[in-house]
Design a protein around this ligand. Structure first.
Ligand SMILES: *Cc1c(COP(=O)(O)O)cnc(C)c1O
Length: 411
């Protein structure tokens, strides 16, 4: 049976999430295919930024810690993020960056496994994740080591000398997505604690941390969760571990009674132990408001739209002859996150030329043009437009223009 081919306009009309784009403040004449790196600006976030600065800070001043409940924000926002990643209340707190949160969780987890000295991860993981392990091992001493395993052959690499298995669910370059439930179960059969990085998962598709029996997770909120540049990250510690867990960045906000000002540290008995210093209230307030775009819709609907957008992108790209120019290095749609990776030796210059046409994607070294699909504010018409522009750039070899080749500091 032939699949009926719909036009972009027809697909937009049938899209159950089509009204969501109105909750975002987007620039005109721009197609944004980089929501996997920095999510777009929700209108609610913009209003909250003004309120938290002008009214809460400007007028209520320090009384805001109580009056506007600043003190509870890390947990309030943590539970909201938790609801989006399948964690019941009290297991997620919002704080710091992924890098810092990895240090806390890895340090705590390795102490929970006193007879094991190995942290396993993939060589192809996001570099900061690897760097944080390297730094921690330097601090812990020579008996400890990092072991690189192949993300396509995890099960065979799981041995009982591994203390913690640290994995990013979706590979930041290729988009390859791991089976969280299966890998977690395989690791736990060998007595290994699991730590998942949800940077490219949270807000993009259904994540079931509790259901997968995950031990620990971290993630950021400025990608698919649209929290804004440098928005605070989050930590998940499964309830069953919260008593044994003790993270070493023992700042006063993680103390059980910070305002008792005792000279001795007593960790809070809840997930709040993961806080260290004073939270960035402005950023966290903006994030809190930004999360309202997820109200009333399911992650399943978001994932379904992402798959449709991606399939439409690939089909349009084929129709425009782009498969002659690029190698699609992403795995099949069921095995990838909400992104597509096209390899080309001139990927950087192509990306710059595309941006000049109003289509923002990104480049990942050495040769990947990375296209992200953030379903809440992308339309099928956007995709059609973007592919047409990319075809034009390739046909006319516009990327050969030297002005597109000079690399900037942030790529
Ligand atoms: C984006 C990203 C990070 C970013 O870490 P920060 O410390 O929050 O800057 C970390 N890990 C992965 C897998 C990422 O994709």
């Amino acid at each position: 049976m032939m699949n009926k081919v719909f036009t972009a306009q027809q697909l937009d009309e049938k899209d159950p999430l089509r009204e969501k784009v109105n909750e975002f403040s987007l620039p005109k004449n721009t197609v944004y295919l980089d929501g996997n790196s920095l999510g777009a600006l929700p209108k609610a976030a913009k209003e909250r930024a003004s309120d938290v600065v002008n009214r809460q800070w400007g007028e209520d001043l320090i009384t805001s810690w109580n009056k506007n409940d600043w003190i509870a924000l890390p947990q309030i926002v943590g539970d909201k993020v938790g609801a989006l990643v399948g964690a019941k209340q009290g297991q997620v707190v919002c704080c710091d960056s992924i890098s810092i949160n990895l240090f806390k969780v890895l340090s705590a987890a390795i102490k929970m496994q006193p007879s094991r000295k190995v942290i396993a991860t993939t060589r192809d993981n996001f570099p900061t994740d690897i760097y944080m392990v390297q730094g921690l091992i330097d601090l812990l001493g020579e008996e400890y080591s990092i072991r690189y395993i192949d993300e396509h052959n995890i099960e065979n690499a799981l041995t009982d000398d591994i203390a913690v298995l640290m994995l990013t669910q979706v590979n930041f370059r290729s988009g390859h997505k791991l089976n969280m439930k299966q890998v977690t179960a395989e690791a736990q059969r060998k007595g290994i604690l699991t730590l998942w990085d949800l940077a490219h998962s949270a807000g993009a598709f259904v994540v079931e941390l509790d259901d997968c029996n995950v031990d620990f997770a971290v993630g950021c909120t400025y990608k698919y969760l649209n929290g804004g540049p440098g928005a605070p990250a989050f930590i998940y510690v499964a309830e069953r571990h919260q008593q044994a867990y003790k993270q070493p960045l023992s700042g006063w906000m993680g103390h059980s009674a910070p305002f008792a000002f005792s000279p001795d540290y007593t960790p809070d008995s809840s997930i709040k132990q993961n806080l260290c210093g004073t939270p960035g209230v402005i950023g966290m307030s903006v994030l809190d408001a930004a999360l309202s775009v997820f109200d009333g819709i399911s992650l399943k609907a978001i994932d379904e739209k992402s798959k449709k957008l991606q399939a439409f992108f690939i089909a349009e790209a084929k129709r425009e002859g782009l498969s002659l120019h690029f190698i699609n290095v992403s795995p099949a749609i069921e095995q990838r996150g909400s992104q597509v990776a096209f390899a080309h030796d001139d990927a950087y210059a192509i990306c710059q030329a595309w941006i000049d046409e109003g289509v923002i994607a990104d480049f990942r070294a050495p040769n990947i043009l990375r296209v992200g699909f953030a379903p809440l504010y992308l339309t099928f018409s956007d995709i059609e437009y973007a592919v047409k522009k990319l075809a034009l750039i390739m046909r006319e070899k516009r990327y050969d223009n030297p002005k597109y080749k000079a690399q900037q500091r942030v790529t």
